[in-house]
Design a protein around this ligand. Sequence first.
Ligand SMILES: Nc1ncnc2c1ncn2[C@@H]1O[C@H](COP(=O)(O)OP(=O)(O)OP(=O)(O)O)[C@@H](O)[C@H]1O
Ligand SMILES: [Mg+2]
Length: 259
Amino acid sequence: MSVLSCADVSKVFQDNGYEALNRVSVEIGEGEAVGIVGESGSGKSTVGNIIGGLEKPTGGTVFYHGTDISGLKGEALRSFRRSVQYIFQDPKGAMNPYFTLRRVLMEPLQINFPGIGKREMERRAAEIAMMVNLPPSILDAHPWEVSGGEAQRIAIARAILLEPEVIIADECVSALDLSIQAEVMNLLRRIRKDTSASFLFISHDLSLVRYFCDRVYVMRYGRIVECLDCSRMEEEAQSEYTKILLEDAYGEYQGNSHR
Ligand SMILES: Nc1ncnc2c1ncn2[C@@H]1O[C@H](COP(=O)(O)OP(=O)(O)OP(=O)(O)O)[C@@H](O)[C@H]1O
Ligand SMILES: [Mg+2]
């Protein structure tokens, strides 16, 4: 059974009546890294926001271990929120500028484990910083005092701190220089290996998705065009749109007959 999935999800934004999603179904299996790729405005972030419970769909259902999340309350809802963590494009935007990075990392511990002592939180913060290849001394800095790559490592540290089942990474390296992008992608790969977390990796960059994911959903105009195994994209691609994406990412499309 999937850890997290959505079935026939639609979204019409009330303010402008825009239909951003039309019957979208996505499944994320245990330990699986699933990608969503598509052009700007195709609805990728809207799927990510709905499947993790940040936004409500106007139609369809989101399931967490087979349970409709719209009915979750109390401890079940808290457990769901703990189990699904996000990494966004702009890490500093999601951090309190008045907090040191240590406090940024301690806050989720404080909220989720009210009995935890200060020493233990500090120890956990230093330990998790090492896991994302940051020296513990950086934790004295504020978000605006570190580079974009360092801030994204802190955001990743915060996402893995509570040992989530699913990490939703939405364009999480898009704002970084290429060399830093590669470092962060390697870090995410290592986290995949070292933890049992599943990933929903959202990106407009097909080559990043292919590097990181097992499966990818191709989206266009609020719909899923097709779903492909990342190791067999060229062979499996049926839609012209996917073929164009492959061509853009890897040069001329070779098609099935060349393999
Ligand atoms: N809160 C909102 N109100 C109205 N329309 C919205 C809202 N959020 C998103 N949209 C619209 O829904 C569509 C899908 O947006 P979404 O952010 O999911 O796309 P995306 O694929 O993530 O794009 P990008 O690659 O630029 O991040 C877009 O046309 C967008 O303008
Ligand atoms: Mg987006």
